[in-house]
Design a protein around this ligand. Structure first.
Ligand code: MN
Length: 328
């Protein structure tokens, strides 16, 4: 989806310092997405304490929302650069359309992966028969060698599932517990949905070179002995060869994100990931010029066919030039 904040801040994101052996619990920030009957999302990345987990640079968690109350999702065509969008649903369905001609339905348990490269535009609309919407919208920062490539889209409806006593692991990016997702990754990373039966224990082997985030959708869950309530994310520094998970009295659902600490500093503003303030300002100008021309001619982002309405104008750019901040 789009970052629909009316005045989004420009954010410098860098790999953060390790926190030792214990998990660090990250609280979500509530962000209304705007509009008349707006959805509110719970944003755990980026935040002040931590802006990246591997190349994962954005994590919006939403629902379960009653669409009759929230109005559902209706995000007009908007641009992206320098990132992959990972759309992952627990409930409901969303129609994705983009400027390279993709038109697919996002469904629970299936991965829709859009690689923006140098530029793409897309729209996202929950389907008319969706009554509850529940999922996560994740972004992965592209490394320098891939971020200027042509845009691409992948749909993966068959993903590997690992079942153990009391737990199911569906791997949508990278490799986990011996299962490998077919999705294209540009840096070493992992993304998976885990469901645990009430009281179930899982010793999950993980890549020791990765840092990890465990987002709790349904909980609480004990993560390496630390109680993590629903909607929080537990961060684990590199150096773990396994993560110990234990469900409480009810069933648990988690999203595991991990990766090698990202080696590049990025600048995020609105829906753009770049390396400098000037880059995101140039991307904004290119989008507004295309929008102003009615998407005549071959632009950097392009027209999204099939959306019944206009494209989303960019917010006013930040007037303070962001300076890189020290690694924390
Ligand atoms: Mn989007």
């Amino acid at each position: 989806m789009s970052n629909l904040e009316p005045a989004p801040a420009e954010v410098m994101c860098s790999a953060s310092a390790a926190v030792g052996a214990r998990p660090q619990v990250l609280e979500p920030r509530l962000v209304p997405l705007g509009g008349v009957r707006a959805m509110t999302v719970r944003r755990t990345l980026p935040q002040r304490a931590r802006s990246l987990i591997g190349a994962w640079c954005f994590c919006d968690h939403y629902g379960p929302d009653d669409v009759a109350v929230s109005g559902g999702m209706d995000v007009p065509p908007h641009p992206h650069t320098g990132l992959q969008t990972v759309s992952w649903l627990f409930e409901g369905a969303i129609d994705h359309r983009d400027s390279i001609g993709s038109a697919v339905r996002v469904r629970p348990g299936q991965l829709q992966l859009m690689t923006a490269g140098r530029g793409i535009a897309h729209s996202e609309v929950s389907t008319p028969d969706t009554t509850r919407l529940h999922g996560v919208q994740l972004w992965v920062a592209l490394p320098d060698g891939a971020r200027d490539a042509a845009p691409a889209f992948e749909s993966h409806t068959e993903l590997p599932v690992v079942e153990t006593a009391g737990a199911r692991i569906r791997v949508f990016m990278g490799e986990l517990a011996g299962a490998v997702s077919p999705a294209r990754c540009f840096t070493p990373l992992v993304g998976a949905e885990l469901t645990l039966d009430p009281g179930a224990d899982l010793e999950l082997p993980v890549e020791a070179a990765f840092e990890h985030g465990v987002l709790v959708d349904a909980g609480p869950v004990l993560v390496d002995g630390e109680v993590v309530e629903a909607d929080r994310m537990a961060y684990l520094s590199p150096g773990h060869e396994g993560i110990s998970l234990r469900a409480g009295d009810g069933p648990a659902r988690l999203v595991l994100l991990g990766g090698e600490p990202f080696a590049e500093d990025i600048v995020m503003w609105w829906n753009f990931v770049g390396r400098s303030h000037e880059e995101v300002v140039a991307a904004r100008a290119a989008w507004m010029a295309e929008l102003g021309s009615g998407f005549a001619g071959a632009g950097r982002f392009g027209r999204v066919p099939g959306y019944p309405g206009g494209a989303l104008p960019a917010p006013v750019p930040p007037n303070v030039r962001l300076r890189p901040r020290e690694r924390r």
